[in-house]
Design a protein around this ligand. Structure first.
Ligand SMILES: [Zn+2]
Length: 357
């Protein structure tokens, strides 16, 4: 009876042979391509030979064609393919960034990577490449699973790859959106070291909220992209969560000790509300100044004379009348130590004595 250990050893041996066979196939394919023998057989390119003559799928043909091309320029990738350090799906990403100058440094960075890992590395190595920002909305229609399953006997589709065209990032044609709505996909595709393209299935309700949020942010964030709007919303969510958990970024310090001349917040609010935020200085012609420019809170009986910070002893004054009131109490000589603007001083002198209580 075969033990699990024996079977495991057998599988490891078969895997090794599979990798060796793949490497051997690719080396032979590279030689075939170098001699352009596909042309003799009537094909427009190595890709078409692999796809039509050998019956490989578009994706499988593309991976092998890319690897064969890379082997011709960088034969050192054969050994890693043979021993399993480099997988075929990573070769497409490696081909985007490998150069004669960086070959020693870059090749090892693709060892033992999955396809998505290789994508991230190649994206990080191309940070200067312009990554287009785009937002695309496509309708996803629910489709019966039987209709979504590919038919095995389908005729070979016309290849999406023209022999002269630059290989597309994704060699497998994007499937038409036939996923059942119960199986939304979320895919993040690395574009550069920092940028990702996010494919996410959302409801129409979310699109309406996104449009409403864009309108709401049109003053503070004009021209914001969908990504920026969603990030702003997520920031709010995370901030709220952090507050609930007491995880505010900067823990609040102990409130400073109250100063003797501190005016309590509730007094400030009450005075401001009572005076309507307007200067209460009584003017000669009757009524009050009423200015709302640079309005400050003033003690009717000055603090220096023992006046308390109460609603009854406080009022709103514009800065001009606040300084005038202080002059009446403390005198010009004292106030001039603080007020050095000569022009203003002249005005204040002319208005001396105008305070009416
Ligand atoms: Zn005033």
């Amino acid at each position: 009876m075969t033990s699990a250990r024996d079977l495991s050893a057998r599988l490891a041996e078969l895997l090794q042979r599979e990798r060796a066979a793949l490497a051997e196939f690719l080396v032979a394919l590279a030689d075939f391509d170098r001699k352009r023998l596909w042309l003799e057989l009537g094909h427009a390119s190595l890709f078409y030979f692999l796809h039509r003559e050998l019956g490989l799928s578009c994706g499988a043909a593309f991976y092998r064609k890319t690897a064969a091309g890379l082997i011709q320029r960088f034969p050192e990738i054969v050994d890693p393919l043979r021993d399993g350090r480099l997988c075929l799906t990573s070769v497409v990403e490696l081909a985007k960034v490998l150069t004669p100058e960086n070959r020693d440094d870059v090749l090892p960075r693709f060892f033992h990577l999955s396809k998505s890992g290789a994508k991230a590395v190649s994206a990080a190595l191309r940070p200067a490449e312009a990554a287009p920002h785009r937002a695309v909305v496509t309708a996803v229609r629910p489709t019966a699973p039987a209709l979504a399953a590919p038919a095995a006997q389908d005729p070979i589709p016309e290849s999406p790859f023209h022999p002269d065209e630059t290989p597309r990032a994704n060699p497998v044609p994007e499937p038409t959106p036939t996923l059942p709505v119960s199986l939304p996909r979320t895919v993040a595709e690395p574009l550069t070291a920092d940028l990702r393209r996010l494919h996410v299935t959302v409801s129409r309700r979310l699109m309406e909220k996104l449009a409403a949020a864009r309108a709401a942010l049109s003053h503070s964030h004009p021209g914001a992209s969908e990504g920026e709007i969603l990030e702003a919303g997520l920031d709010l969510l995370l901030e709220r969560h952090a507050k609930r958990r007491g995880l505010v970024e900067k823990p609040r310090r102990e409130p400073p000790a109250a100063k003797p001349d501190h005016v309590p917040a509730h007094v400030r609010r009450a005075v401001w509300k009572r005076d309507g935020g307007r200067c209460q200085w009584a003017v000669d012609g009757g009524g009050i100044c009423g200015s709302t420019h640079q309005v400050e809170l003033d003690h009717v009986v000055p603090r220096g004379q023992g006046g308390p910070s109460t609603v009854e002893n406080m009022r709103c004054l514009c800065r001009f009348h606040n300084q005038l009131a202080a002059r009446e109490v403390y005198g010009d000589a004292w106030m001039d130590r603080f007020t050095v603007r000569r022009a203003k001083r002249r005005v204040l002198s002319g208005m001396k004595g105008a305070r009416l209580e």
